[in-house]
Design a protein. Structure first.
Length: 250
């Protein structure tokens, strides 16, 4: 099937669906200039004295807070990033009443910045930072401005509300995400290799129509109704334009 035919098929799937859910990974945000982790140029493939996986662990955060926050500010706090075409298309589909939920593995908050309201952040968000002593919350700008590990006014340590290696996902977020996926009749998976668990397990056994948009193959491609191996921003933007034109014609 040619790319244009796949775009038309995607638009038709969305038009016919009653409850669309989008499940996204790092590839959704790379087009906004945010580095991913597992690609050839990703953070996990960069040569460092301490591997990125170790730096981004709860143990390293506790024992080497200065080094953790230096890495965190340089690589994960991308506060100048802006939503791309994929984020904007998804926000419009929510406004249209087609998209009910977004389930994301990203921590950058770009979906909300684009206007999406119902977002399940599996790995937390850089925009929430919480004092471990008193529970006071701080924004990402506060963390970015600190010279070292951020400290609360009460003297407690402020930790980003992101899930580090060695930590568990929020059970309420897991429940909400799984419930949303199960209720949907169209699941669009984008920008993820579906290799990170437990998140990737949410897609396994899905009973509705499944669309996968990812530049590289995923373990679920054989089960999908439609697979598109092109940039996700371009793909969703073109599908959105086709939906808009059909709606105008109607």
């Amino acid at each position: 099937m040619l790319y244009n035919q796949k775009i038309e098929s995607l638009a038709n799937h969305i038009r016919e669906a009653q409850r669309v859910v989008f499940f996204g990974g790092a590839g959704v945000s790379t087009e906004s200039g945010i580095p991913d982790f597992r690609s050839a140029q990703g953070l996990y493939h960069q040569k460092r004295l301490v591997p990125a996986e170790e730096v981004l662990s709860i143990g390293y955060y506790r024992t080497h807070p200065d080094a953790f926050y230096q890495f965190y500010r340089e690589n994960l706090l991308c506060l100048d990033a802006r939503p791309n075409a994929a984020h904007r298309a998804l926000a419009r589909w929510e406004q249209m009443g087609k998209l009910t939920d977004i389930v994301t593995q990203n921590i950058d908050g770009l979906h909300q910045l684009a206007g999406s309201k119902r977002v399940w952040e599996l790995h937390g968000s850089v925009h929430r930072n919480i004092c471990g002593r008193c529970g006071k919350q701080y924004d990402a700008q506060f963390v970015a401005a600190c010279g070292g590990p951020p400290t609360c006014t009460c003297g407690g340590s402020v930790k980003p509300d992101v899930v580090l290696y060695g930590e568990s996902l929020d059970p309420d977020v897991i429940e909400g995400a799984i419930h949303a996926i199960r209720r949907s009749d169209l699941l669009i998976v984008g920008g993820t290799s579906l290799q990170v668990y437990p998140a990737a397990g949410f897609v396994q056994g899905y009973k509705g129509k499944l669309v996968i948009i990812n530049k590289s193959p995923t373990p679920m491609d054989r089960q999908a109704d439609l697979v598109i191996d092109q940039p996700i921003g371009q793909t969703l933007e073109q599908a959105d334009a086709l939906l808009a034109s059909k709606e105008h014609q109607a």
